[in-house]
Design a protein around this ligand. Structure first.
Ligand code: CO
Length: 497
């Protein structure tokens, strides 16, 4: 099958060019933080993006895809390779260049405007560009037409195969359960006290400690590194070069949980089987599955009591001024304090889903034209009160808080919460196989879980779509019941309920 070989080669070059582009981006975010002007770098990235696009939409690529589509009896890997090649090709060829340029230009302007608007609590100034962004995203969805409805087409960009209806069927029933659960925890008489986390913790020591943890979690420093950046992220610069970043911001231990989160993303990419290296399948299969991995390490492992039984003495050594006489149990309760708050990225894992459901419902209405951009603050605040029982004091802490919409990312938000749900279902399966898994953590032993994830998730890269993957792992479709079970089992003891 020479067609498949040719296809594979074309997309290996495509991947390598993307790695080069990612390197430019990584370098900008890690090494150019203090630079006055990064316009030169932005131009370079724009140029390479253009070159990648041109190569991808070449006649040759189109022909090879057509030929490969006629082949019968493709094995799982080849079939997936063709599927992903076609997907990448379609996404580029269906969009007219003027539209792509317009989207890029608008995003650059909208981001600047959004930053100012957020700083000055001035939603009005953001309205024209956000309106334009929504219009451009609608146009994009019309051109791509992956699904009959526009919002599903946008969701599909980040969570291939997922639709609005499928997600709504999962989010709708869990919504009231989460609202009630938060209320129940809130009414407990003995709530955690998280004031210990607001003391001062030396940033350099936090950073040093984050390396100790990365080592124990089996992050491979021979195929990656950790640096500091304004926002933590993971990026693959090659199939054997998966880098992460963290930051030492408050409250404690955000640096550590951030490191663990990105480590989870990195372990996924580092665990992809050799056969897939440098192919278009050498990447996580969806944002939701990716997020399930990062959140499993961050929340399920990294906020478990067993994890802290092992790590707390080390933390006490690093920060004796704060922790020497502070009991581990109380610290563990502090980092698992659940309470409605305004900012999504600071939300605990229980209220987090409600922040996402809010955005999911608003995005759907925006794209369908059922609501107007100018009415967003009002809609945001009243829906927020319904979900979380509090009203943001201003738009900075409300509708203006996220970077996504201004950057043209509409349809991305739901993947975050899907991540929590996938995570609980996968972890439940791991527990069936290894009921005493958390005893490992008490000993600082994390390889049994990692091996389970490698075997069942990581090695496959993008061979299986999220839906198929969860079926293979658990024998059923995504089911939010596992997440609620996980929450109840974890939080009732913490809250003495
Ligand atoms: Co993440």
């Amino acid at each position: 099958m020479s067609e498949m070989k040719e296809l594979r080669d074309i997309f290996t070059e495509y991947m390598r060019l993307n790695y080069i582009s990612a390197l430019l981006g990584w370098d900008q975010q890690v090494n150019m933080m203090g630079y006055k002007n990064v316009a030169g770098r932005s131009e370079q990235i724009a140029l390479i993006t253009k070159l990648i696009h041109k190569r991808l939409v070449s006649e040759k690529t189109g022909k090879i895809i057509k030929k490969a589509e006629k082949l019968n009896d493709l094995n799982d890997i080849d079939a997936a390779m063709l599927r992903e090649a076609k997907r990448a090709y379609d996404q580029e060829i269906k969009l007219p260049e003027e539209l792509v340029v317009e989207i890029q230009k608008t995003a650059a302007l909208a981001q600047q405007t959004w930053q100012k608007a957020r700083k000055n609590n001035d939603f009005k100034s953001f309205i024209p560009l956000l309106e334009k962004t929504v219009e451009l995203q609608r146009e994009k969805a019309q051109k791509l037409e992956t699904h009959p409805d526009l919002y599903s087409t946008l969701i599909d960009l980040y969570e291939p195969g997922a639709t609005y209806d499928w997600i709504a069927n999962i989010f709708n029933p869990i919504k009231p359960k989460l609202i009630n659960f938060v209320k129940k925890l809130n009414s407990a008489s003995n709530k955690p006290d998280d004031s210990i986390l607001n003391k001062e913790y030396d940033p350099d020591k936090q950073y040093e400690l984050s390396y100790e943890i990365l080592n124990k979690l089996n992050y491979d420093f021979e195929q990656g590194r950790q640096d500091r950046s304004t926002h933590p992220f993971t990026t693959s610069l090659g199939s054997l070069d998966v880098r992460i970043t963290t930051r030492t911001t408050e409250p404690f231990p955000a640096c550590i949980t951030g490191t663990i989160h990105e480590c989870g993303h990195a372990l996924y990419e580092m665990g992809i089987m050799k056969d897939l290296h440098d192919t278009i399948l050498c990447t996580g299969t969806s944002m939701g599955i990716h997020e399930s991995q990062s959140r499993m390490w961050e929340n399920v492992v990294g906020r478990s009591k067993e994890f802290w039984m092992y790590w707390y003495p080390t933390f006490q050594k690093y920060f004796p001024e704060n922790l020497k006489d502070y009991p581990m149990e109380e610290f563990h309760r502090a980092i698992n304090y659940v309470h409605p708050s305004f900012i999504r990225v600071e939300a605990d894992e229980v209220t987090y889903g409600l922040h996402i459901i809010l955005r999911f419902e608003i995005e759907k209405d925006l794209i369908d034209g059922n609501i107007q951009v100018k009415d967003l603050p009002e809609i945001w605040n009243s829906n927020f009160e319904e979900l979380l029982g509090i009203i943001p004091p201003n738009d900075t802490e409300g509708v203006l808080q996220d970077v996504h919409w201004g950057s043209g990312y509409i349809g991305y938000f739901p993947t975050y919460f899907l991540g929590n749900l996938y995570c609980a279902q996968i972890y439940n399966k791991a527990l069936e196989k290894m009921p005493n898994l958390s005893d490992d953590y008490k000993k600082g032993e994390f390889s049994n879980l990692l091996n389970y994830l490698r075997e069942n998730i990581h090695q496959y890269g993008s061979i299986y779509r999220a839906n198929d993957l969860i079926q293979r792992v658990s024998g059923e479709d995504l089911n939010s019941a596992y997440f609620m079970e996980y929450l109840e089992k974890k939080y009732y003891p913490i809250y003495g309920l």
